[in-house]
Ligand binder design. Structure first.
Ligand code: SAM
Length: 452
């Protein structure tokens, strides 16, 4: 692996950098695989992954992360598709420490994850916040925002709104958020060990362009953070220009205080002048930088003006919806004929955000009302909202893979009607049994395309 000499030289002066060990770990070909479990779905981490790799030791800075002793084919693990876990690089899971040590997670919070696709940090934050908190998970690139939406729905979240906005749009939401995470687009050197091709794309000029873009992004969202709110900034770059220098620039330009995060020395994380560095020769994870800052100025009052309210599902329609849903503390909203469930207390925020942002998903999509019936949505199958009355059919491994490939299902017996198919009791999606065939309702865009 030919690491760019200019990069290596630029790292010489940074705390914790050990050129020999750094080059050695890149040359070793060693790959670290880790997953983060979904506490909303899994009671025991040992159940995943259900095929291939074995769960190894816990990632020490999070309650939910585990290393795997071997990398399995996640594509062919039905529990991956059931949203039981997320495959995520271990260093990034340190976000949990940043949140736990700076934010009171027992409170009702409004959080923005500004650069959220494909959803690693957002699904993690969702597991940390209270049920009545709201996470706005944003991605500026539309195709990536759709992937984010799929991952949020798969996680079974109901208190997340997925938006597709440029960072500038958030300037309208003055003092609205208690915490903002900017996991910035960067030059990506921290992932060289994973993706050797990224080495060819690295240049000093790109580091410089990324650094300018990072400043623009931070300046754009600053006003959306309330007084005493927390800004968490992270990158997967090693370059000073995209890390400590950005925090330094913020400290010089804006009223902020750096938030120190106590860390355990055995973790191997290096504290620099204003952030935390993950060197892959010292931690079991990839290159990563994170810093936490508190906003000192500004206001903590937010003006929520609602221009237009989303329609509430009528009593009559609720009679249809009720069959599918557990008795929950949710409100049911409707756009066209599509019904969404949101935790009670969040609908005003959703109305407010709908008039200010490009929302592409919110709450849990329950399904579409067609005459006096509901066609259940895939997101409902992924959620914890489904009523126990809804019939389930357990699939064996081969049937589960056929289902996830959206193939025709045979050898399944059951009465006519909608059934939730499960693998090891974890829901995978819907089928509809008709008199002469079974319709597979697994979303086409999510289906497994390759063969084992
Ligand atoms: N937070 C994500 C996660 O944990 O899965 C990874 C985010 S990735 C490091 C950075 C994201 O920033 C990408 O999804 C990229 O599309 C997005 N991005 C690109 N240009 C951007 C811009 N000008 N403003 C905000 N985000 C941008």
């Amino acid at each position: 692996m030919n690491l760019p000499e200019k990069l290596l030289q630029s790292l010489e002066a940074i705390k914790g950098f050990d050129r020999e060990a750094f080059e050695k770990v890149h040359a070793s070909g060693e790959q670290v695989t880790s997953i983060r479990i979904n506490p909303q779905k899994l009671s025991e981490a040992s159940q995943v992954p259900s095929t291939g790799g074995h769960l190894g030791e816990a990632v020490p800075w999070t309650e939910y992360g585990y290393y795997l002793n071997q990398r399995p084919s996640f594509t062919f693990d039905p529990l991956f598709h059931a949203g039981c876990y997320y495959v995520q690089e271990a260093s990034s899971m340190f976000l949990e420490q940043a949140f736990k040590q700076t934010v009171d997670l027992s409170r009702r919070l409004r959080i923005l994850d500004l650069s959220a696709a494909p959803g690693g940090k957002s699904t993690h934050i969702q597991s940390l916040i209270s049920k009545d908190s709201l996470l706005v998970s944003n991605e500026v690139i539309r195709s990536r925002a759709n992937i984010l939406k799929d991952n949020i729905a798969k996680w079974g979240s109901d208190n997340v709104i997925v938006t597709n906005n440029d960072p500038k749009s958030f300037a309208r939401l003055e003092n609205y958020f208690d915490a903002i995470i900017v996991d910035a687009p960067c030059s990506g050197s921290g992932l060289f060990r994973r993706d050797e091709k990224a080495i060819d794309e690295w240049s000093e000029n790109n580091v410089h362009l990324c650094s300018q873009r990072q400043q623009r992004i931070l300046a754009d969202v600053w006003s959306a953070l309330k007084r005493n709110g927390v800004l968490i900034y992270s990158t997967c770059s090693y370059s000073n220009e995209e890390n400590e220098n950005i925090v330094q620039w913020m400290t010089a330009e804006l009223p902020i205080a750096h938030c120190p995060l106590p860390i355990d020395n055995s973790w191997g994380i290096i504290e620099t002048e204003n952030g935390y560095r993950f060197w892959p020769d010292q931690v079991k994870g990839e290159g990563f930088f994170i810093a936490c800052m508190r906003k000192l100025g500004g206001e903590d009052k937010v003006e929520i003006k609602v221009k237009k309210k989303i329609e509430i599902v009528s009593k009559k329609e609720m009679e249809v919806v009720k069959y599918w849903i557990k008795a929950t503390d949710h409100q049911f909203l409707k756009i066209g004929n599509v019904v969404y469930a949101v935790p009670k207390g969040l609908s005003t925020d959703i109305d407010f955000l709908l008039s200010n942002l490009q929302i592409i998903y919110f709450g849990t999509m329950v399904g579409e009302l067609v005459r006096d019936k509901l066609i259940p949505a895939h997101a409902l199958a992924m959620s914890n909202l489904i009523s126990d009355h809804v019939e389930r059919i357990e699939l064996n491994y081969e049937q589960a893979i056929d289902y996830l490939k959206k193939k025709d299902l045979r050898e399944i017996n059951g009465d006519k009607g909608w059934k939730l198919v499960t693998y090891k009791n974890y829901p995978l999606g819907w089928i509809n049994i008709l008199s002469n065939r079974i319709n597979n309702y697994y979303p086409r865009e999510l289906r497994i395309l390759k063969d084992i």
